[in-house]
Design a protein around this ligand. Sequence first.
Ligand SMILES: Cc1ncc(COP(=O)(O)O)c(C=O)c1O
Length: 368
Amino acid sequence: MSALDDYVATFRGETGYLNWAAFGPLSPVVRESMHEAVETLGGWRAREHLSVYGRAADALESLALLLGAERSEVVLRPSSTDVLQHAFYGLSGTVIASASEFPSISLTLQRAADASRGELTARWIEPADGRVTTDAVAAALDDEVTAVAVSHVDYRTGYRADLAALRELIGPERLLIVDAVQSFGVVEEDWQSADVIAGHGYKWLRAGRGTGFARFSARAQERLRPVLSGITGLEADGPFSGPVPPPAHNARAFSTSVPDHLAVARLAAALDELRAVGIPGIARQVATQTDELLAIAERHSIRVAAPHDPGSRAGIVSLLPDDSDAVGAALAAGGVTATVRAGAVRVAAHAGTSAETLRMLDEALAQR
Ligand SMILES: Cc1ncc(COP(=O)(O)O)c(C=O)c1O
């Protein structure tokens, strides 16, 4: 069996689960790592606790490798929203973002602007279907713009923004702030275009909550003031006496306190698995599943919000039936888990989604 086959086998028993864009049930290695860490931290030998604490360094190393970043650019955080807070609260000037972004971008940006005493302004764009294309950004771009914030993959439509094209458009001086929640681990991407990458492990990585992470590029470190920097944001570990030291000169500056060791153990395990399998294989499998979801929608003549171009898709397909509540009820009755919201039924398949699940979706849609 290949590493990818082994990975797919870890989804064994999965039936009807098409809600990966909301939450990913914890994988076997993640659960195992959690149990081990709980036992170790429940022991009385402090030296043994160190093996759990050490998983933070492992997770950071894996993230640096998978994001093509320097180790000093990567930091662990409780959530992706927390990462975006560090980014927006430290920024000045004008930030372009779509008004229909997930609130982790829109709300956080607005709150940061409100608190900035006029130093930060949100410039909202309302592109067709919420797609943050280069054309949509170009129409709003001027000398006041210091950053563009975008979800790499839109949480509703599954539209995958072209990060390289956005970077080319905005040039080297402005920051590109990217929410990678719906793409990291299941999409092949050259992350070099992004200055801030905010992600988490509780959906596609199957690692549970508390597993946020970030990359702050050298340019981001230069441009962002670490206004929310906390006790882990210093150059050296541990308490200090005397004058309060300045924030660290690396991504650590954008951290507040020691992360939850149990969450870190889960994230580290998920990242180990991801490295062993390789993102390209997982991404190919997810793309095939997405094609299958689209084919099922077409078979039932249901409109979708998903992009036509396979290069602009990831793992999310939004069905736009005439009666989304009726479809939602049919899926629930057929044992299919999905997200029904605002007239759409969002389905998302992972690499290990079973043929049985796709068949259940097909049958449930026939019943609507
Ligand atoms: C695109 C996107 N960004 C951010 C979040 C929230 O992330 P977190 O809970 O890590 O703050 C979600 C959750 O669904 C999301 O879909």
